[in-house]
Design a binder for this molecule. Structure first.
Ligand code: PMP
Length: 388
């Protein structure tokens, strides 16, 4: 007799991310699918981690995070967003944004609660909401602008709504939401007494002078927002998995109760290095944006020259292309399977970020790569807009 396992997880299909990465390996493809940079990351920050491993404390640090990092996070957000946070009551360190999200969802959601989620949706949200007994209410965002609309919000917010999960800047659509959309969402959160769990892991990766606005800074949201960040994205060190949760003391206290039984704590050497990194000058963060924007423009120009309609990326490591004007008569997933086998370039179909009613004409490419990698991919794709 087969043992019975938790259906929330047992019934999860293998994600298309995994399937595409496997196809990329099988076909020896250039992988513009997964979102990690070619660059090894800032050397001084990596040295700070090495130094902390050799000369620092390597036993269990405080479950809330080392004091230097909690203080550095509060100072960083004061500097960048004029946000006043008490480092010891309103800031906690987690093992990555993913753990922060899981801790926040489990801390807020109880059986029967409705949780509003926007599609395209990051893949970790829905299983954890369901594990908590929550009922996801999906809002479908529409290309090419993927904006929040009053009509869409009015349809889903109601007296059973407990939380909204909002990702800004939005992966995979590469949108940096303007104040107008944040104010609209904030109005609904206040009218229906809803907690906002804000996945802002891409907060520093914005282009063309666009500034990320944390939802927690919108009037009325300070005490009902759980803000989530990740050093992995801020410093292009995605393997480090150092996340942050910032929230009012009454909210953070409960999120911390979940965190204590998920991971309890996080590698102290990496925490020390991130504390150092967050204190770097504004120029460092600006240069990172300039460098990534240059790579974005490089891939955009190359794809446009081949004939792909590129949707402008405002942030993240990604840009998207819209296949619909090409008349290829194939879905985004079929297109991605075709280019990985026929052209040996891997990309991600945006339909993978939908549970239902998927947009099936948009494909995501990661541009956080060396020019040589992007050029090689472009050369391989040179006649991919025509079907073989
Ligand atoms: N949220 C979003 C929108 C992401 O893109 C990612 C990373 N791809 C995460 C959360 C997870 O962050 P971390 O790697 O720090 O767990």
């Amino acid at each position: 007799m087969a043992v019975s396992m938790n259906k929330v997880f047992a019934n999860l299909p293998v994600t298309v991310f995994e399937a595409m990465s496997q196809l990329a390996r099988d076909n020896d493809a250039i992988n513009l699918g997964q979102g990690f940079p070619d660059d090894p990351g800032p050397e001084d920050i990596r040295r700070a981690a090495a130094d902390a491993s050799i000369n620092g404390y390597n036993q269990y640090p405080s479950m809330m995070g080392i004091p230097e990092l909690r203080t550095a996070i509060a100072t960083h957000y004061k500097h960048w967003h004029d946000l006043d946070l008490d480092p010891f009551a309103e800031v906690m360190v987690t093992s990555g944004g993913t753990e922060a999200l899981t801790s926040a969802i489990l801390a807020v959601v109880e059986p029967g609660d409705e949780v509003i989620v926007f599609q395209p949706v990051y893949d970790s949200y829905l299983p954890i909401i369901r594990q908590a007994g929550g009922i996801p209410r999906l809002v479908r965002l529409e290309p090419p602008h993927w904006r929040l609309t009053d009509d869409a919000l009015r349809e889903v917010f109601n007296h059973k709504t407990k939380a909204v999960l909002f990702n800004n800047p939005l992966n995979p659509a590469a949108v940096v939401y303007p104040r107008e959309d944040l104010e609209l969402l904030a109005t609904y959160c206040q009218d229906f007494d809803v907690v906002a769990i804000c996945d802002e892991v891409w907060e520093h990766v914005t282009f063309d002078g666009l500034a990320h606005i944390p939802l927690i800074t919108i009037p009325g949201m300070r005490d009902r927002t759980i803000k989530i960040g990740s050093a992995g994205k801020i410093f292009s060190l995605t393997g480090w998995k150092i996340g942050f949760v910032c929230a009012a003391p009454d909210l953070l206290r409960v999120v911390a109760k979940v965190h204590q039984f998920l991971t309890f704590t996080t590698a102290p050497n990496l925490q020390a290095a991130v504390a150092y990194g967050l204190g770097k000058s504004d120029d460092f963060f600006r240069q990172m944006r300039v460098d990534l924007a240059r790579s974005r423009d490089h891939l955009t120009k190359g794809l446009e020259a081949i004939g792909f309609p590129v949707l402008k990326s405002q942030g993240t490591y990604f840009l998207t292309v819209d296949l619909s004007p090409l008349g290829l008569n194939e879905t985004d997933e079929a297109f991605c399977r075709r280019i990985v086998t026929d052209y040996k370039v891997a990309a991600i179909p945006v339909s993978a970020f939908y549970e239902r009613d998927a947009v099936t004409s948009v494909v995501r490419f990661c541009f956080a790569k060396k020019d040589a990698t992007l050029d090689a991919a472009l050369e391989r794709l040179s006649d991919a807009v025509h079907r073989r």
